[in-house]
Design a protein around this ligand. Structure first.
Ligand code: URQ
Ligand code: ZN
Ligand code: ZN
Length: 489
């Protein structure tokens, strides 16, 4: 299969340039102006359009069994929706139940994901600890291309990892060259506040944000950042939503600690007023964790993206339809947590980020693709338009007008948190491994067309971290004392 994109402007994270892009056998094989279309099977005229690396969403949960039900979006429909939005790879999560062997859970998820129609990979969650977890982490890194392990500090009584588990898992991840990632909310505080609110007779969706105020996230973020500093491991915090977390990450990065941060498109634009909607179903449809925050937190997230404090955008795409959300009609703590976003992430970020001048098109590529590729050791195979890279591309029409609606979305859920939002900019064509998989509103690919992507251990920053740890046998990473400067703690 050969495919040529002519007359477009290529936009990478570092620069933009005019060039034609020729794809063959799944790779980019020529990248220069004036390429001949002779003998090429598919030619796309990208005049007036941009040619960017396909989006990478580092945080999705397709068909996740959770809170007594299963997310309505499966790996086929969810990856089709991703392609429709310009995302050509997802990193989903294997989440073993407490006591479930990691390898058993991994192979179960691998089977579920075979129907994916875009490329995919998995973070594996550490939800409990014993010697078998230690062993399985090694097998997953060495044999199955896993280079990141997730830890939920929330969800007490279900999948929560306490400090004891973090303290066992993080050093093991470092030893293996894998990155610990974390959902930072204090699960004990959430549990306490949920009980307190119910005792006060608060059972509706408005109880959700009150049981998870920003400091519940900020405390856990700060705690896990310090734990990572002491253990000498890099750290990736998922779905940061609060000023407190952004400040904790900024302070750590200012001191040279390797902390990476993600934010969800939803948290950038939706505030906590949604939980006070008179319509129970609409309010419940927005229940996800961390919850949507008051507006000042959104501005802090935009600033953190612009200032390099946060490096990636994601969606945490985890769909539950109305009748599933209704499981919590008598008790907000029983509303399955999750919202959708995989189809809208790039257009929403483009409209509110690039069109509003908060970021350049190059920043957009970094935030939707290249940075995630670097952090999860996929770069330059993914995340850049260059010779030899996978031909995962999106032809972006900056003039494409769209009103986001649940009734016209590809996502398999009966709600859209961006309902009615008008966006300018979106994919006219999506190319996955050199195949045209989305064009002019239609997904053109069959289930199973996607491939599992191995992610090698030891990204460059992990090697550097190990060298740095050898310099400081105590494993602390103090700043070298400089004559005349006070010593940092
Ligand atoms: O916490 C997560 O990331 C999963 C369980 C999805 N749900 C959510 O509310 N974020
Ligand atoms: Zn989470
Ligand atoms: Zn998640």
């Amino acid at each position: 299969m050969s495919l040529l994109i002519k007359n477009g402007t290529v936009v990478n994270a570092d620069r933009s340039f005019v060039a034609d892009v020729l794809c063959a056998d799944g790779k980019i094989v020529a990248l220069e102006p004036g390429l001949s279309a002779g003998g090429v099977e598919i030619v796309i005229d990208a005049r007036g359009k941009l040619v960017m690396p396909g989006g990478i969403d580092p945080h999705t949960h397709m068909q996740l069994p959770f809170m007594g039900t299963v997310a309505s979006e499966d790996f086929y429909s969810g990856t089709a929706a991703a392609l429709a939005g310009g995302t050509t790879m997802i990193i989903d999560f294997v989440i073993p139940g407490p006591g479930e062997r990691l390898l058993d859970a991994y192979h179960k998820w691998r089977q579920w994901a075979e129907k994916s129609c875009c490329d995919y990979s998995f973070h594996v969650a550490i939800t409990w600890w014993d010697e078998s977890v230690y062993d399985d982490m090694g097998t997953l890194v060495r044999d199955w291309g896993v280079n990141s392990f997730k830890h939920f500090m929330a969800y007490k009584g279900a999948i929560m990892a306490d400090d004891g588990v973090l303290t066992q898992s993080f050093p093991r991840a470092l030893e293996l060259g894998a990155l610990p990632t974390v959902h930072a909310e204090n699960g004990e505080l959430v549990d306490y506040l949920q009980k307190l609110l119910r005792k006060k007779g608060i059972a509706g969706p408005e109880g959700h944000p009150q049981s998870r105020p920003p400091k519940v996230e900020g405390e856990a973020a700060q705690r896990v950042i310090h734990i990572a500093a002491i253990l000498g491991v890099p750290l990736y915090l998922v779905h940061n939503s609060a000023i407190e977390s952004v400040d904790a990450i900024a302070a750590a990065r200012r001191q040279g600690q390797r902390v990476f941060g993600e934010c969800l498109t939803q948290h950038l634009l939706i505030d906590e007023s949604v939980y006070y909607d008179k319509d129970w179903n609409r309010a419940a449809a927005h229940v996800m964790s961390p919850p949507f925050r008051p507006r000042p937190h959104q501005e802090a997230l935009w600033d953190a993206l612009a200032g390099g404090v946060l490096q990636t955008t994601a969606t945490d795409h985890c769909c539950f339809c109305g009748e599933q959300k209704a499981m919590g009609r008598e008790d907000f703590a029983k509303i399955p947590n999750g919202t959708a976003g995989v189809e809208d992430r790039m257009a929403v970020l483009w409209h509110h980020g690039v069109n509003m001048g908060r970021m350049t098109a190059n920043d957009f590529v970094a935030l939707t693709s290249s940075n995630a590729a670097r952090i999860f050791n996929l770069y330059p195979r993914k995340g850049v338009v260059q010779m030899g890279a996978d031909a995962d591309l999106v032809v972006w029409d900056p003039a494409l007008l769209r009103t986001i609606r649940a009734e016209t979305q590809h996502q398999r859920v009966d709600f859209n948190v961006f309902e009615g939002m008008e966006v300018t900019g979106g994919p006219s064509h999506t190319i996955s491994r050199g195949h045209l998989v989305y064009a002019d509103g239609k997904v053109l690919v069959a289930a199973g067309a996607g491939s599992y992507v191995n992610r090698p251990a030891f990204p460059p920053y992990m090697e550097a971290q190990r060298r740095q740890n050898e310099q400081y046998p105590l494993r602390f990473v103090p700043r070298p004392a400089v004559a005349g400067s006070e010593r940092r703690g």
